[in-house]
Design a protein around this ligand. Sequence first.
Ligand code: PMP
Length: 291
Amino acid sequence: FHDRDGFIWMDGKMVPWREAQVHVLTHALHYGSAVFEGERAYGGTIYKSTEHSARLRRSAEYLDFEVPFTVAELDAAKAAVLKANGQTDAYVRPVAWRGSEMMGVSAQHNKIHVAIATWEWPSYFDPATKMKGIKLDIAEYRRPDPATAPSASKAAGLYMICTISKHKAERKGYADALMLDWQGRVAECTGANVFFIKDGKIHTPIADCFLDGITRQSVIAVCKTLGFEVVERRILPEELSTFNECFITGTAAEVTPVGEIGPYSYTPGNMSKVIMESYSAEVMPKSAKAA
Ligand code: PMP
């Protein structure tokens, strides 16, 4: 991945892709002091760029550091990288981390770095394949208690249990894993939020110990516009057998229907399809929508 053409924005400058490097004694590498974002550009415009820039800054505050660029500067930098790479439809990855001046748990004065990369990452599947639904394993690791970890932060360290869980799921032939929370309730996937449909209503867990995804918020708004009732509540694994449809949401996953969770199966239906299509329309830039 490191060996390709193109540009990465690093600490205010556009750097050739292969030269965007860090030292091995970087605090973030040893102690997980990094936060990141995942965004998508559609038709030349990053969907909810400002919300993502604000979340990057907030994520860093939870880790006790300040991103040394404003929301407006980050938005401009992201647009500049897309332009430099000649991309209109791409995934955008900003990351901010503590640098390498001091090595030890405490690194109060280490420089905070920011980089932004972009790459082509088409939708996981075409709509027809998507409607077959992906298969989810149920992960052993649980989302931590917010008193144990800064769970509202999109912090690199919180992804350790996600990578382990997703690898394990993939080895068993699943696409991803559904994670429970520290109290044993249904939480989210390793990089996406989860929704269920039963009797014409949408149900989704309360985002009190995991990321309240920007896609999750958009999909809730889209559902309300469509006239679907959305209930945010505590969902127990015992209930998984009672739902008719299930889908996951995230910047990378967009809206992806689920066909199986462990022993339970779902049949992606009309409601999932309408929500998936409405989200696709929602992310298109306003100018393209009007055309
Ligand atoms: N949960 C986790 C753990 C994630 O990594 C993501 C992807 N950022 C999400 C939820 C969905 O967030 P968003 O819709 O903002 O991409």
